[in-house]
Design a protein around this ligand. Structure first.
Ligand SMILES: Nc1ncnc2c1ncn2[C@@H]1O[C@H](COP(=O)(O)OP(=O)(O)O)[C@@H](O)[C@H]1O
Ligand SMILES: [Mg+2]
Length: 408
């Protein structure tokens, strides 16, 4: 296998800039997910790597070789599409052998390669079956085998799972990840589904309107999104984003919404917000929104909108001013629409963006993981994590990764 490198890759169609100076690299044996909304340029980027369309500008390398001008068939890349398109009347063996036959390979060599590939993918016992006698997972393995048998340097996959129903998609996602890990396969994987990207990829490239927004590990993208687009795109339910204005008086900082709420900030967050031009966007994920039944220091008065139990986690939608936010709690939480509720944002997990530039305010290089910073409004977040809080409200631990409801 070999790595893939894109340097300032551009593709224009008349006025449309489908891919706008994208640079990224897929390390040898890495799976990089290219993710973004429909029309953001994912397929175009992949097709440029495959050589199916011509570059407007920039450079693409496979290993250390520039492949800009190579014919697709000479690029040693294997493409896997949405439709596996196995030949229904051919056996698994014949399906795997087909691409080699097309290349006029000798029969004995074909047999050796097909057998080796089938064993690699644990489908050696299925070689005499036809596609309709296989499960969805086995069919996927055969389709991958047909790409693998050619000994490609890397795999290009364009939404290979998007035609499958939800349950099968989750199963196949795990299969694909195993395939990548077992073979050390280099994979450039295109998807519009952020969950596929987060669960499978070594690195994620988030695109919007042809422009690469952030290229980093799933952890980095999730915890330190560089702008509000990435913050809102990665994560489900999406991160809560609220627009407000930074205000400070007597050393205390807060963010005020035009619709009446005031979010007090701890000193570290006040410093970060202070670096903005004044207007900021506050981001908080559902798991870091704490709900209180009564007024609580650092918490803002809100109203229940609706409660959604899902089994292992309950999502609580609340109306704060004119906005809807989503919080998550342990199962068993109940409330009626329009009940009063107080929402507190865990200060150590607050995301802040400068509204004017749409850039994350990371502050002191510490970013959003300000572990250990505890003052003012963080007190009950600390309490929720097990320390004794000043409010007297005993916090209940919630489902893993979910928020905490205290004062019940
Ligand atoms: N052959 C083409 N001619 C003109 N515009 C195109 C062509 N192919 C793609 N585009 C435009 O380029 C943009 C990116 O398309 P695409 O790469 O298919 O997006 P994605 O795969 O992310 O959904 C879109 O605005 C699309 O309309
Ligand atoms: Mg596409």
């Amino acid at each position: 296998m070999a790595g893939i490198t894109l340097n300032d890759v551009v593709k224009t169609y008349g006025e449309v800039v489908a891919v706008d100076s994208v640079s990224l690299d897929v390390g040898d044996g890495e799976l990089v997910a290219l993710v973004g909304p429909s029309g953001c340029g994912k397929t175009t980027t992949l097709n440029l790597v495959a050589g199916l369309i011509e570059l407007t500008d920039g450079e693409i390398l496979l290993g250390d070789k520039v492949i800009n001008d190579l014919d697709p068939k000479d690029r040693d890349l294997a493409m896997v599409f949405q439709n596996y398109a196995l030949y229904p009347n051919k056996t698994v063996f014949e399906n795997l052998a087909f691409p080699l036959k097309m290349r006029k390979m000798a029969k004995a060599e074909i047999a050796t390669r097909v057998t080796r590939t089938a064993e690699t993918l644990s489908i050696g016992h299925l070689l005499q079956r036809r596609p309709k006698e296989l499960s969805g997972g086995q069919q996927q393995r055969v389709a991958l085998g047909r790409a693998l048998v050619r000994n490609p340097k890397a795999f290009l996959m364009d939404e290979p799972l998007s035609n499958l129903d939800a349950k099968l998609r989750v199963q196949m996602r795990a299969e694909l990840k195993r395939f990548h890990q077992e073979l050390g396969a280099t994979v450039l994987y295109v998807t519009h589904d952020q969950m596929e990207a987060v669960t499978m990829a070594d690195k994620i490239a988030v695109m919007n309107l042809g422009v690469l927004q952030q290229f980093a590990s799933p952890d980095e993208i999730y915890n330190r999104p560089v702008n509000t687009f990435v913050a809102g795109f990665i994560g489900s339910p999406a991160m809560n984003l609220l627009r407000g204005r930074f205000v400070s008086a007597a050393g205390e900082g807060a963010i005020q919404g035009a619709d009446g709420w005031t979010l007090p900030l701890n000193p570290a967050n006040a410093r970060r917000a202070g670096a903005s031009a004044g207007e900021v966007v506050v981001g908080i994920r559902h798991g870091h929104v704490l709900l209180h039944r009564q007024a609580h220091r650092g918490a803002m008065p809100a109203r229940i909108y609706t409660v959604e139990p899902t089994g292992d986690i309950t999502f609580v939608h609340v109306r704060l001013g004119s906005q809807l936010l989503v919080a998550s709690t342990a199962p068993g939480f109940t409330a009626a629409p329009d009940d009063p509720i107080w929402v507190e944002f865990e200060q150590d997990h607050l995301h802040l963006f400068d509204e004017a530039s749409d850039v994350a305010l990371l502050g002191d290089g510490a970013g959003v993981e300000l572990a250990g910073v505890g003052a003012g409004a963080t007190s009950s977040a600390t309490a929720a994590k097990g320390a004794s809080g000043p409010s007297g409200g005993e916090a209940l631990p919630a489902a893993a990764g979910a928020g905490v409801v205290s004062d019940l």
